[in-house]
Ligand binder design. Structure first.
Ligand code: GLU
Length: 489
């Protein structure tokens, strides 16, 4: 009896103790801090830190843009949260803010996942392959190997993968000297080489190809090392929740073609101009465009178009020459045919103002005639193609595209098929027959390149850091000599 009651008492005691322990462990569970992913989901915001560069993130008339921005925007949409972008002035700042307790969730800034960085941060799977390159000025003696860096005036971004590469080289070549600057971006480094203020710099190949056009004198001396992947970074530690989501997203983006489309959008046409074209464009930007810029702005306003797209079209058509004439009878700055000019109310095709207004009116008309299934930004590229080759031929190419199992509403797909319109095997099956199908592909690619450049040089973020002697300018950065860019439309 006694023994039984003791056992019962003991049991009750232990049940109570276990109960308390269970409760406590429950409390401990509740107090566990949320994972990085949970934090993003509860706050409903993905905070991303980046750098302001043509290859990463910048503002244009339509707001935020850039390869990194577009990619991370898709990731935020996938997570069904808002995106908040922060910019760091340099890489050291970027990484120190990333590891701060209330810092951003991830860094998307064209980052290389070096061994050093991996000890402090976690990196996603790579989404872009790049090569670190030594950059020199055309006309100077070309360095060809690491030893040639000795005795040269070299500057790189502070805290960059390139500063790290130079530090490692210095172990081997102790006399190697270089400066790491936290006050500059890649555009500044390239400008300094272009203008001869420094002998050499190191940048990633994607940054160079994106910026080449602004700095016609810069050239690749040699690749310093192998191809590397660019990755997104999150703080280090045991929490892989956000990293796993990032990797799953990047894999999906790879598989469903959206990553490829973004690469095409931002990098697919970067080498269109070449050195000579880049140099010429930079010159014309300075000495021809200012004469017609207001006409482009006015026409853009009248027809609800981005004036820079019109300016890019004008450059492709006539290199901004109002008296341009071709053998086929098209004339003027926007190279209108007589019929189009008359239909658009242009009485004198050689009058640049009228020509630009006529071209604007015409592209709006062409765009309105496209099927509703084509959405922006592809809609703009299709409109340009139709402007160049005609709506009928474009429709033929769209049908061939569909027959191939590709997407007739995506420019990336249709541009692959368009050149077939000049092969009998293909055009014999189409309604409108032969066309020089390769031409609209070049036409669109060039205009997109000019448009990108104009978008970058007129972006509001550069307002405070430009030497301006006309409204349009190549980004040469001299912080002591400022004048405000007129705000874009
Ligand atoms: N990839 C470089 C880094 O991670 C930054 C970009 C560049 O300097 O070209 O430091």
């Amino acid at each position: 009896m006694f023994a039984q009651s003791v056992i019962r008492k003991h049991c009750t005691f232990w049940v109570a103790v276990i109960g308390i322990l269970l409760q406590l462990s429950g409390c401990a569970e509740e107090q566990k801090p949320p994972s990085a992913l949970e934090r993003v989901q509860t706050e409903g915001v993905l905070r991303v830190i980046t750098r302001n560069s043509p290859a990463t993130y910048f503002q244009d008339r339509n707001g935020e843009t850039g390869f990194e921005y577009e990619l991370v925007k898709r990731f935020a949409a996938d997570l069904k949260v808002k995106l908040e972008i922060q910019t760091a002035d340099n890489l050291d700042e970027l990484f120190s803010r990333l590891k701060a307790p209330d810092g951003p969730s991830l860094a998307a800034a064209g980052l290389t996942s070096s061994a050093d960085r991996k000890s402090e941060f976690q990196f996603s799977k790579p989404y872009l392959q790049v090569t670190p390159q030594v950059i020199y000025r055309h006309g100077n003696r070309r360095p060809t190997r690491p030893e040639d860096l000795i005795g040269k005036k070299i500057m790189v971004l502070k805290g960059s993968s390139h500063a790290n590469q130079l530090a490692m080289l210095k172990v081997q070549y102790p006399t190697l000297a270089y400066e790491e600057s936290s006050d500059v971006e890649v555009v500044d480094l390239l400008r300094m080489v272009d203008e001869g203020q420094i002998d050499l710099t190191l940048v990633d190949s994607n940054e160079l190809s994106m910026n080449q056009v602004y700095f016609p004198n810069v050239r690749v001396a040699f690749d310093l090392g192998d191809e590397l992947g660019l990755s997104w970074a999150v703080p280090g530690g045991e929490d892989h929740s956000l990293l796993d989501e990032m990797n799953a997203f990047l894999q999906r983006a790879n598989e469903n073609g959206s990553l490829k489309r973004l690469k095409d959008r931002y990098y697919g046409h970067v080498d269109v101009l070449g050195y000579v074209g880049a140099y010429t464009f930079a010159q014309h930007l300075q000495n021809r465009l200012p004469r017609y810029e207001q006409f482009f702005r006015d026409a853009g306003k009248n027809h609800s178009l981005d004036w820079r797209l019109l300016a890019a079209m004008g450059y492709q058509e006539s290199l901004w020459q109002p008296t341009a004439t071709s053998k086929t009878g098209v004339r003027g700055l926007m190279m209108l045919t007589l019929r189009t000019a008359q239909a658009m109310g242009v009485s004198n095709r050689l009058d640049p103002k009228q020509s630009i207004q006529g071209g604007a009116k015409y592209i709006v008309k062409v765009k309105a005639g496209l099927p509703d299934s084509i959405k922006e930004p592809d809609r703009t590229w299709f409109a340009l193609a139709a402007y160049n080759v005609g709506g009928g031929h474009l429709e033929d190419a769209r049908k061939l595209t569909q027959a191939e199992g590709l997407d007739p509403n995506k420019w990336l797909d249709v541009q692959k098929i368009l050149p077939r319109l000049s092969q009998k095997k293909w055009f014999s099956k189409t309604r409108y027959g032969y066309a020089r199908g390769g031409e609209p592909v070049h036409f669109v690619r060039n205009i997109r390149r000019y448009y990108d450049i104009l978008t970058w040089v007129t972006q509001p973020q550069l307002e405070d850091s430009q030497v301006v002697d006309s409204n349009i300018h190549v980004p040469g950065i001299d912080k002591n000599n400022l004048k405000k860019e007129t705000s874009p439309l």
